[in-house]
Design a protein around this ligand. Structure first.
Ligand code: AMP
Ligand code: MN
Ligand code: MN
Ligand code: MN
Length: 284
């Protein structure tokens, strides 16, 4: 398993906030030259059996995946789990608990959005939701574009849904230690997703990496659509400093919304060790 393997270990289906089915994603990944794939729906493993079957039908290697929403130092952090047993009871129950508060949060978001001139957002967002437990800001963003308040979903996040904006409702997700326990208990490895996206000070970021490593965390996304070239270099350095493996995944959600397609990220930098070298025995 080399560093140059075309691995794409982060994307979303209709089971969370993507717009394609697991089967459509598998076909797209294969067409784009992906050799090792993982579907990582938010807080959910309901698409894993379909993804495994679809990957096998394309003779593409597959790792089970999920992206767990965690609150660390008051900030939402995403932890990707890879190569676990997706039937593990504690993992399945932990993810279900994490999904629990989304409907109430969504209703509150809709109330706040109504106050700034966007009525009916809960019902509007629902039109885009396949899995009610996973109603997310992404579904609201799609509706707000449809209703003509913004021209694309990035603008919606910028104006309405990012932390501090009128439609943002703070939410308490899983604890970092619980997320890692669930992943490890199911035999998988944990990876810090898109680290450059978080609004941490340098000290807070150091604390996240230190605690993650102490809890047995294994890797960090170095190549992701959220990182520019200097951020790739920065997190490759973090791999060395914290003795972590590097991961690669484009975080694909939709052909219309995602700038980076499955399998199209640059290779990992030369000096890091790919996390898939530790996961060969977990591949389907
Ligand atoms: P939630 O889990 O409901 O808080 O929604 C988080 C999701 O919103 C992420 O997984 C992304 O898909 C999407 N998202 C977050 N920030 C942005 C942004 N600035 N632009 C576009 N999508 C975003
Ligand atoms: Mn998402
Ligand atoms: Mn994420
Ligand atoms: Mn993601």
């Amino acid at each position: 398993m080399s560093r140059t393997l075309n691995a794409d270990l982060h994307c979303h289906s209709v089971v969370s906030d993507g717009t394609l089915t697991p089967e459509e994603l598998a076909a797209r990944a294969k067409a784009n030259g992906v050799q090792l794939w993982a579907l990582t729906d938010h807080d959910e493993v309901g698409g894993q059996d379909r993804a495994i079957t679809a990957a096998q039908s394309h003779s593409m290697r597959y790792l089970t995946g999920t992206e767990i929403s965690v609150t660390f130092a008051g900030v939402t952090v995403h932890i990707v789990g890879l190569g676990f047993d997706h039937h593990n009871e504690r993992l399945v129950a932990g993810l279900k608990g994490t999904r629990g508060g989304r409907e109430a949060r969504a209703r509150e978001m809709a109330e706040e959005l109504a106050k700034v001139g966007i009525p009916g957002a809960f019902e509007g967002a629902l039109k885009y939701v396949d899995n009610m437990e996973l109603i997310s800001r992404t579904h609201f963003a799609r509706y707000i574009v449809e209703a003509g308040h913004c021209s694309d979903t990035n603008e919606v996040f910028r104006k309405y849904l990012a932390d501090g904006k009128p439609g943002f409702v703070p939410h308490r997700w899983a604890k970092l230690s619980d997320a890692l326990d669930w992943i490890h208990g199911a035999g998988g490895l944990a990876v810090i997703a898109h680290p450059a996206r978080y609004s941490f000070t340098a000290n807070e970021e150091y604390a996240l990496f230190t605690e993650f490593k102490a809890l047995g965390g294994a890797g960090v996304e170095v190549q992701t659509s959220a990182h520019n070239a200097s951020e790739v270099v920065k997190y490759a350095e973090f791999c060395r400093e914290f003795d972590l493996y590097a991961s690669r995944g484009c975080d694909f959600h939709s052909p219309e919304e995602s700038r980076c397609d499955l399998g199209s990220l640059p290779e990992l930098p030369a000096k890091v060790t790919p996390i898939w070298e530790r996961l060969e025995d977990k591949m389907h």
